[in-house]
Design a protein around this ligand. Structure first.
Ligand code: GLN
Length: 262
């Protein structure tokens, strides 16, 4: 049997790592290594040629401040934007946090300055209500409802997939014709108004839940790894189980602290 390996493309690690989202990259990397799946991490940034985006099997994009988002958007024009669009459209799995989904949408209106045009890949818009407005900060808990992700995770877990995360954003996101990733149980989610959190398209997970997302909810990391391997090797993949008891203990403690019962 061919040795399986994965390449993780990390969007703008220097400019888009303000909020600890490298936790997601490390989690994917370690969970592959623990299963003896060689994994490499490719930074996709200002120095990268668009063609290098082609070879990646999973894409991770983190959050950024408004200023950095603007720089990224200026760089992410033309061939690079096309490459990312093609990858996501053709089913490459990815996890995009906060500033990244804002960039994948139609536009982001920052607190100060001009509207930043996005890739328009996700039918959503994001607007910052102004520097006086309260930021959406804190623990966020939501149930994943997007199909078929919700069903896949339910089969894996034997229960509805509930995510524990942490959010920190000023922008509010409003969805058009794209499914929300989930339903907020606690916290703000996309805008603090409509109860929606994130978005889900093809195999791309867009969320306001930051870099502890995958370490705290390892079943999502495994879903991404499984989809990436299936996409790359065109065969059904069953991943070896890992001991996630610590992560689940941490989840339990958090549920208690937030006075939520699983
Ligand atoms: N600049 C964006 C906002 O405040 C994104 C922040 C983030 O990525 N955490 O909404």
């Amino acid at each position: 049997m061919e040795t399986m390996e994965l390449k993780i493309g990390w969007l703008y690690p220097t400019l888009m790592s303000t909020y600890g989202d490298r936790g997601n990259v490390i989690c994917l990397q370690r969970r592959c290594q623990w299963r003896n799946i060689p994994v490499s991490i490719v930074p996709l940034d200002q120095q990268t040629e668009a063609s290098e985006f082609q070879g990646v099997d999973i894409i991770v994009g983190g959050g950024a401040q408004d200023r950095q988002q603007e720089i990224v958007m200026r760089d992410l024009k033309g061939a690079k934007a096309e490459m990312i669009r093609d990858k996501i459209e053709s089913g490459t799995p990815g996890v995009f946090t906060c500033g990244s989904p804002q960039l994948l949408g139609h536009y982001y209106e920052p607190a100060l300055g001009q509207r930043i045009e996005g890739l328009g890949l996700l039918d959503l818009v994001s607007k910052h209500p102004g520097i006086e407005a309260k930021r959406c900060i804190g623990n966020v808990v939501f149930e994943i409802t997007a199909s078929p992700l919700a069903e896949d995770l339910k089969t894996l877990l034997g229960t509805s997939p509930v995510v524990i995360g942490f959010e920190n954003h000023g922008g509010r996101t409003y969805l058009g014709n794209v499914a929300p990733l989930g339903k907020v149980i606690k916290g703000y989610g996309n805008n603090g108004e409509d109860g929606g959190e994130g978005a889900f398209y093809r195999h791309a997970i867009a969320t306001y839940s930051h870099g502890p997302l995958l370490p705290k909810n390892p079943f999502i990391a495994d879903w991404l790894i499984q989809k990436a391997l299936e996409q790359k090797y065109q065969e059904a993949i069953i991943l070896t189980k890992l001991d996630d008891s610590l992560a689940f203990q941490a989840r339990e403690a958090m549920f208690k602290r937030l006075d939520l019962h699983q």
